[in-house]
Design a protein around this ligand. Structure first.
Ligand code: SF4
Ligand code: SF4
Length: 383
């Protein structure tokens, strides 16, 4: 154990053994560590007990409608881009029981869900995911009504970020101003540096809690050379990102093109499956469903993720408002990139690229936006 407490905003060095000790220190405090692991053919978030649970020596290739695990020639643990799951899966879970009710003497007695909020420590969180969590905070905590489930889970969390040095082909965080470097919103942020005969981490300290965790493990000062290497890794990552979304005037471009013929073009390809909303770290819509047992003695109310692609999502007194796939895709994209600014004072997209990789039709919002923008520019040019 290190006797000293590192300063907030300072950077220290740990090795792989130190990372293992950090995981153990977090677990000793009663947190469940949620980090990257191999699951269902992807690098996904899941429970981590020890360093061996991490995707050692694995990365993933991504593209539109494409995700494949790949072996690396080294023992890197964090050299991959965002996978299908995000913090949303844990803080704003896909389903949760709100309450149950039992029939007693002709009436129902309500039993609120009294399960304590889990204490999660997220390991491997990328800058785009921190930005997405910030957006969800605004939506679910800072409005007129705040969500107590989200509040309890978010408030209980530790964030151990990992600076991204291996973006994928679908990433465009540089366009959205959300990455690849995380500047705030973490307790600790690691940069993994791996070379011939060396495997170490530069650790930036973001909070007092992060400093206290480090004080429980062996660390040394990060030399200026090591800190420069860490900076260079994220600079190289930023330089390698090719995908672009031109956000200049985008709010107005989409708002003013409600009847653009390109929406029909997308509708020919979109399956209205809702995958994009499920993997998107900022989509937050839910439905509430009640069920009873056959005898009518007990009932439960569950909250489950919903999607603007579901026909029933806008069902009101006898019909759905958005009957066509065209109207549903347009709603999703226009809300994300245009109306979100009016509602929440930011874009609803952080450029993580998940909706591109996990869309079975390979629909790519950056290309759909470019097509609408190009046609709009042409029309304006002929005026
Ligand atoms: S819209 Fe797509 S790229 Fe943007 S945050 Fe959601 S999943 Fe990521
Ligand atoms: S854009 Fe792709 S992922 Fe989204 S609903 Fe359409 S087909 Fe499914």
């Amino acid at each position: 154990m290190n006797a000293c407490l590192p300063d907030i905003r300072s950077a220290v060095r740990i090795d792989c053994q130190g990372l293992g000790s950090l995981i153990a220190a977090i677990r000793r405090r009663g947190y469940q560590v949620i980090g990257p692991h191999l699951q269902d053919g992807a690098i996904s978030y899941g429970p981590i007990q020890e360093i061996e649970d991490l995707p050692i020596g694995w990365t993933a290739e991504q593209g539109p409608a494409f995700y494949r695990l790949q072996r690396r020639s080294d023992s890197a643990m964090f050299q991959y881009a965002a996978g299908p799951k995000s913090l949303k899966d844990f803080i704003h879970p896909s389903e949760i029981r709100l309450f149950s009710a039992v029939r007693e003497e002709g009436a129902f007695r309500i039993l609120p869900n009294s399960d304590p909020a889990p204490r999660y420590a997220f390991l491997g969180v990328r800058a785009c995911e921190l930005a997405a969590a910030g957006i969800q905070d605004r939506v679910l905590l800072e409005g007129r009504y705040s969500d107590p489930i989200y509040r309890a889970r978010r408030g209980n969390s530790i964030i151990i970020a990992v600076q991204c040095s291996a973006p994928s082909e679908v990433c465009f965080c540089t366009s959205m101003g959300t990455g690849p470097r995380a500047e705030a919103g973490f307790d600790l942020a690691l940069t993994e540096l791996i070379g011939p005969g060396s495997h170490e981490f530069v650790v930036e300290v973001g909070t007092q809690l992060g400093a206290e965790l480090l004080s429980e493990i062996e660390f040394s000062d990060a030399s200026p050379d090591l800190r420069n290497q860490a900076q260079a890794a994220t600079q190289a990552a930023a330089a390698s990102i090719q995908r672009r979304l031109d956000t200049n005037g985008l709010r107005e471009v989409l708002r003013d093109n409600f009847d653009h013929p390109h929406w029909d073009d997308v509708a020919q390809r979109c399956l209205a499956c809702g995958n994009c909303t499920q993997v998107c770290p900022t989509c937050f819509c839910v439905n509430v469903e009640d069920s009873t047992d056959v005898a009518g003695q007990t009932a439960e109310r569950w909250r489950r993720w919903d999607s603007c692609y579901s026909l029933a999502f806008t069902y009101i007194h006898g019909g759905s408002v958005r009957v066509s796939t065209k109207s549903r895709y347009r709603q999703w994209l226009t809300h994300k990139l245009s109306y979100w600014h009016d509602q929440f004072a930011s874009s609803g997209c952080v450029g993580c690229g998940r909706c591109i990789a996990w869309c079975p039709a390979g629909i790519d919002l950056t290309q759909e936006v470019a097509a609408i923008r190009a046609a709009t520019n042409q029309t304006e040019g002929t005026k």
